[in-house]
Design a protein around this ligand. Sequence first.
Ligand code: CMP
Length: 143
Amino acid sequence: MERTFLAIKPDGVQRGFVGNIISRLESKGFTLVGLKLINVSRELAEQHYAVHKERPFFSSLIEFITSGPVVAMVWEGDGVVASARKMIGATNPLSAEPGTIRGDFGVDVGRNLIHGSDAIETAQNEIALWFKEEELVSWQPTM
Ligand code: CMP
């Protein structure tokens, strides 16, 4: 079954959107299989965002993601990688469609509330980076 990695960033936690974001994904029909609230280390942040290392905003991105608690999650379901990205919306919240998480709640590209894996292979790498195998719970909804 397909899985994706999502992280509610410090702005999403501090502004009180954890419940709303989880509720959207549950309501859509995806299954939560991993969940933890963590203070992200600089090492984890730099590994997670390694692809952006040469970008001018890299250091501010690392400062921000390590500035407060983050809710790290793994969600499961058919097509969950692409579908969650649609539900999150465009990287810049000002360009994100209404009805998406960023479109409904954000205005700042550096504080865009949530990260979602951009492809199945990326999701596999990000899940392995953020979660130990024993932290993931495999279960099937029966209702
Ligand atoms: P995310 O989906 O977590 O992946 C990389 C992040 O870099 C992105 O969300 C944005 O929060 C951030 N980002 C992208 N472009 C900029 C920018 N121009 N200035 C600051 N942060 C940016």
